[in-house]
Design a protein around this ligand. Structure first.
Ligand SMILES: [Zn+2]
Length: 553
């Protein structure tokens, strides 16, 4: 490029960037006298920050930032409060609830007993109108009890459709009215990667596994009317903003991408949403067309990119293992469940997912819980070009529980991003089972230089999840520090969506996406963490939540 061309290019870039090309213009807002955690390891804490337009203009100490202010600059005194980059929930499922759904009150225990559940279900069935869909969340105790099936559920709820869903979401048990409600008939064929279980006579038992359950979940969310859907999403996203969440990466199994975008535009979403394709399957195969070719940035806050498939299930249900054959080790090592978790899709199908990702130049997210799935994907990456092809593509392992130490070197070589979900570290501990010995690594992956992002995939409260990440009940030696958890939940989550140059840390030039917090999450006692709220949340410099406790001039 000649000098003149280079000069013209520079000039046009400067003109194009508009606001950025006013080095002497004062900030619109300054935040001073705070404890600002930047997520930037080179300068982790600063006192003050200046914002102009939608970007961070400067960071530094309060005197330096104050000096930038002009007559119109709004100055906010943080009075020592803690500020973090806005949380980026890298693995969330935006959900719609059918308007006729009644949640059965199952108490606090994530793994309720069958006798407690029976009483709760019978009482809900008696009190609810005949057309309401009863939904009860269950744990492994009830799921592994083979006496819990369509027939026993019919006795408790003869008229209402009833759905028992395991807390992982990977299995459902329906009564007869539920089978009818979801239009599952006796000779219903299994979708690829899913199963309607049958007894030895070929009769449906009511147990629905993996993609068969995802597919029926989609069916009922599709039927939620737009007006109700918009109201539900608005409530969800307003709550997210109150928690200081400024970005959500949505796995669109519940709401198909095109509808998700249309609804989010109607809300309109106050925070940034990335909609990732998570298509369903049919007996004929995976739906590889859904959402393909949609505009990548339908609005400035919405992005559509990436595709997710579930390579295996979850250890709790030893997915696809018939319920009467599930046997968990009574004592450590519990890892048996992760070490032998069967694959949901064949190796051929996994190879096809990788090829589609390359063909469509589309980031691939794979649900990887067990060791065999992690290994099968790494082998398929070997077979489709290895490091040369994959090292720039940021393939994601969602969960990555079975990323055992012997796989770490390959995971690093292929530049895989692991997206972990801290609530999963507590699930088994909560269910009274033995901890994993080798599974669910976090700290050791970070030490190996593997990017680890965080997502909720469970309770959305990010401060509850930070608590879980810093305890790691299943595998305490893999617990991380609060600073590491916040960096993973912000900067690395942005990296996991190729957006780390725009957001994820508080540095000049990046979007002013941040949260001023109600308390210092780096020093409060652990039980206090989940009570944290944002008192001021900004997305691109714009206020999306304000508790009106900060003083401004
Ligand atoms: Zn998930």
């Amino acid at each position: 490029m000649g000098k003149l061309n280079a000069w013209l290019l520079t000039l046009s870039l400067l003109c194009f960037s508009g606001l950025a090309f006013r080095p002497d213009a004062p900030p619109d807002v300054t935040l001073i006298n705070g404890k600002i955690f930047t997520s930037n390891a080179k300068q982790p804490y600063v006192e003050a920050l200046a914002i102009r337009g939608d970007r961070i203009l400067a960071i530094g100490n309060s005197a330096e930032v104050k000096a930038l202010a002009g007559p119109q600059t709004k100055q906010i005194d943080l009075a020592g409060r803690t500020v973090i980059p806005g949380i980026n929930d890298a693995h969330n499922h935006l959900e719609l609830k059918p308007t006729n759904q009644v949640d059965v009150a199952m108490g606090e225990n994530v793994d309720p007993s069958w006798s407690d559940a029976k009483a709760a279900i019978a009482s809900a069935a008696q009190k609810s109108p005949a057309n309401s869909l009863l939904v009860a969340e269950i744990g492994s105790s009830i799921f592994r009890d083979v006496s819990v099936n369509r027939d026993s559920l019919d006795k408790l709820a003869p008229a209402n459709p009833l759905e028992l869903v395991t807390f992982t979401g990977h299995a459902i048990i329906l009564n007869s009215a539920g089978l009818k409600f979801f239009k599952i008939h006796e000779d219903q064929p299994d979708p690829l990667g899913g199963r309607f279980e049958r007894d030895s006579n070929g009769r449906l038992t009511g147990v629905v596994r993996e993609y068969a359950g995802i597919d029926i979940g989609r069916t009922i969310e599709d039927e939620v009317p737009d007006q109700a859907a918009v109201a539900q999403l608005r409530a969800t996203l307003d709550q997210a903003a109150k928690w200081g969440i400024t970005s959500i990466q949505d796995m669109s199994n519940g709401i198909a991408p095109a509808r998700a975008v249309a609804l989010l535009e109607k809300v309109p979403t106050p925070i940034r949403i990335r909609v990732m394709r998570m298509p369903t399957t049919t007996p004929a195969g995976r739906d590889i067309q859904e959402g393909l070719g949609m505009p990548r940035n339908p609005t400035s806050l919405i992005t559509v990119s990436g595709t997710k498939w579930m390579t295996d299930g979850v250890p709790i249900e030893l997915t696809f293992t018939p319920r009467d054959k599930i046997k968990m080790p009574a004592a450590p090592p519990f890892d048996g469940a992760v070490a032998y978790l069967p694959l949901t899709f064949s190796e051929t199908e996994i190879a096809a997912m990788l090829k589609e990702s390359l063909q469509n130049n589309d980031q691939l997210m794979l649900h990887i819980s067990g060791y065999p799935a992690a290994k099968a994907v790494l082998d398929a990456m070997d077979a489709t070009g290895g490091k040369a092809v994959w090292s720039s593509r940021r393939l994601r392992f969602e969960h990555g529980d079975g990323a055992y130490p012997d796989l770490v070197e390959r995971i690093k070589a292929y530049a895989i991003v692991v997206v972990q979900n801290p609530s999963h570290f507590m699930a088994l501990a909560g269910a009274g089972e033995s901890p994993f010995v080798k599974a669910q690594p976090v700290k050791s992956l970070l030490a190996a230089g593997i990017p680890v992002a965080l997502g909720s995939d469970g309770p959305t409260n990010p401060f509850l999840n930070i608590l879980f990440a810093t305890i790691h009940a299943n595998h305490p030696s893999e617990a991380i520090t609060r600073e590491q958890a916040v960096a993973a939940y912000t900067l690395t989550s942005a990296y996991a969506e190729f957006a780390e140059k725009e957001k994820g840390s508080l540095e000049p030039g990046k979007f002013a996406d941040l949260a001023v917090l109600s308390q210092d999450i780096f020093t409060v006692p652990p039980p206090e963490l989940p009570k944290t709220q944002s008192v001021l949340t900004l997305v691109g410099g714009k206020v999306v939540y304000d508790a009106h406790v900060l003083k401004a001039n």
